[in-house]
Write a new protein. Structure first.
Length: 215
């Protein structure tokens, strides 16, 4: 019987999807609350593979590079925040750009207050899957079963009233392009491991469930 060609071995797009990577930061509140092991377990259980990890106390230079100063990015950040506040029945008279700049400054302060655990997770549609596991920005409205819904009770309303960032435990890349930029910022190539585990066979090998003799 002729060998069936494994499309995942010849289609670069399939490999790109299966090997997608995302940056995840367990923020200082997650480290201080000893939730690191629980959070890592959530990503492992969904089928993602950890390919890099380290604990680091971010300095001002790293934080400034992490959070973009691009006007378009800050405006979009402010628009998303304003929409989220509206859903929670809150209002803000500032422009989206003003809100975005304020959020950036608060996020920088929050991220640099203590050690964080930086990680790179790899797997099929890693960026989207990571964000689903993490949950929405506001823990009180995040999907039940997500990290933020299960492990945090902070709210955007309280954070805004107190003039700080919402303490929601995690940062996760929002799209593949952002993931690439962030991973290159937080990790050198030598810090990222290339290895195979059982997940690569069970979840990503197109021939794994084929009867013997029919490959």
């Amino acid at each position: 019987m002729p060998k069936i060609q494994n499309s995942s071995q010849v289609n670069p797009r399939i490999q790109e999807i299966k090997r997608q990577r995302s940056l995840v930061l367990i923020k200082p509140d997650g480290v201080q609350r000893s939730l690191v092991g629980d959070i890592i377990g959530r990503f492992e259980k969904c089928g993602l593979k950890l390919v890099a990890m380290k604990m680091i106390w971010p300095d001002k230079v790293l934080v400034e590079k992490h959070y973009s100063t691009d006007v378009g990015y800050l405006t979009e950040l402010g628009e998303k925040a304003k929409a989220g506040m509206a859903k929670s029945g809150l209002s803000d008279s500032r422009t989206p750009l003003q809100i975005g700049k304020w959020i950036r400054s608060q996020l920088g302060r929050y991220l640099s207050i203590g050690p964080v655990v930086a990680m790179v997770w790899q797997g099929t549609n890693s960026v989207a899957n990571v964000r689903q596991v993490v949950g929405g920005t506001n823990p009180v409205t995040a999907d039940i079963g997500s990290i933020r819904a299960d492990l945090s009770i902070d709210t955007i309303e309280i954070a805004n009233l107190e003039g700080r960032s919402v303490r929601n435990l995690i940062h996760a890349s929002s799209d593949p392009d952002e993931a690439k930029r962030e991973i290159e910022l937080w990790f050198s190539k030598s810090e990222i491991s290339e290895y195979e585990n059982v997940m690569d066979k069970v979840l990503h090998d197109a021939e794994w469930d084929m009867p013997k003799g029919k490959k």
